[in-house]
Design a protein around this ligand. Structure first.
Ligand code: UD1
Ligand code: UDP
Length: 349
């Protein structure tokens, strides 16, 4: 079978790292990079470190408003699909690249597989929620990481082609967690002691584009006395500069986005993670690191229900209190599969 896979943003490179390798044993894959993420440390580093096949096509679309970015992707992906005439298109997650890939494909009558289908925050103000709903309703193969995702789809009347396969990010993480200690020197570079620091990331529009929320989150970081490593997404770096906020504190390590092995090393050695990232909430759970989610809701509800993830929003007091007192339970049941998602996905193509 000839398959076009569409990726464009950091978490999609990581998901494709698992799927592309296995898919290429059985199918002819053409990897299309929309160019949504383009900085070396947001894109190329993952292809190199994770040995992802180089994109066959890079559309170079880059940053822009939702309409301009998604529209340009639709036009250019359609051109690729008309030229290549694949049997299937595969899209990952919930970015503008995901929705553009799915829409371009169905308009050309090409079946769409959605990896990470069925997630919902039930917050339609999130661009990702719109991308998820649209993609799930045009895909014919819906590959879900959790029973909750399957149930969410059923509640919207989507039942055909739905499969519970587990999460491909777990597959990538298991390998990386083994390799990271011998391949990453990030703790030495930053002068960190294992379990003697917190790790923080912030990039969601709801936090970065709301000055009050961003100020409040950063004020909490400045108030925490423990060492904090904060790899800053370019979107967030721009907003911090616009708001003229100084993050100059000896205990606050403000660094550029890091490669995946450094990230996994930072995650697994952290005392606690504070994040608004979807992927990092799951990675925290799998690595048994307590997680405070800087959002008011999450798609990964199981991590919260099990007591390993706590929704603190952007309120400074809630963040500070949770940093001081949050303690997950001893129980840590398996969540989102254990390393078979990739195989199951490829079997269902
Ligand atoms: C996107 C996804 C989000 C995902 C995130 C992963 C959408 C709507 N959002 O958000 O779901 O969680 O990726 O990281 O698709 N920029 C750079 N260099 C880059 C990439 C981005 O400078 O390589 C800056 C640009 O100023 C750009 C801004 O970051 O305008 C936002 O980038 P964009 O890709 O639109 O959205 P993300 O916030 O990265
Ligand atoms: N990540 C990384 N370096 C960083 C920040 C994140 O390698 O500096 C990885 C992280 O470990 C996870 C993925 O990127 O695998 C999550 O991406 P992101 O937070 O950008 O997006 P989301 O998951 O929220 O869509």
């Amino acid at each position: 079978m000839k398959v076009v896979s569409v990726v464009g943003a950091r978490p999609q490179f990581i998901k494709a790292a698992a799927v592309s390798r296995v898919m290429r044993r059985q199918h002819h894959e053409i990897l299309v990079h929309t160019g949504q993420h383009y900085d070396e440390n947001m894109s190329a580093v993952f292809f190199t470190e994770l040995d992802i096949p180089l994109p066959d096509v890079n559309l170079g679309i880059g940053s822009g408003g939702h309409g301009a970015q998604t529209g340009a992707m639709l036009i250019r992906i359609e051109e690729v699909l008309l030229r290549e005439q694949p049997d299937r298109v595969v899209v990952y997650g919930d970015t503008n690249s995901t929705m553009a890939g799915a829409l371009a494909a169905v308009k050309c009558h090409i079946p769409v597989a959605h990896v990470e289908a069925g997630l919902r925050s039930f917050n339609r103000a999130m661009p990702e929620e719109i991308n998820r709903v649209v993609t799930d309703h045009v895909a014919d193969l819906l590959l879900c990481p959790s029973q909750t995702a399957v149930d969410n789809l059923a509640a919207e009347g989507v039942i055909q082609g739905v499969h519970l396969v587990g999460d491909v990010m777990a597959d990538v993480l298991m390998l990386a967690a083994e390799h990271a200690p011998s391949h990453s020197d990030v703790l030495n570079r930053l002068g960190l002691t294992p379990h003697g620091y917190l790790l923080a990331t912030v990039h969601r529009a709801e936090n970065t584009d709301d000055p009050d929320r961003l100020r409040s989150i950063l004020a909490a970081f400045l108030e925490i006395g423990e060492p904090i490593v904060f790899p800053v997404h370019p979107r967030t770096r721009k907003r911090i500069a616009e708001l003229n906020i100084s993050l100059d504190r000896p205990n606050l390590h403000v660094v550029e986005p890091v490669g995946y092995l450094d990230m996994v090393m930072l995650e697994q050695s952290a005392r606690l993670i504070m994040t608004d990232s979807g992927g990092i909430q799951k990675e925290a759970y799998w690595l048994r690191v307590p997680c405070l989610t800087l959002r008011d809701e999450t798609e990964w509800v199981e991590t919260v229900a099990l007591g390993w993830n706590h929704l603190v929003g952007a309120n400074i007091q809630s963040i500070l209190e949770a940093v001081a007192s949050f303690m997950p339970p001893d129980e840590h049941p398996v969540l989102y599969g254990v390393g078979q998602a990739t195989q199951r996905i490829v079997e269902r193509m």
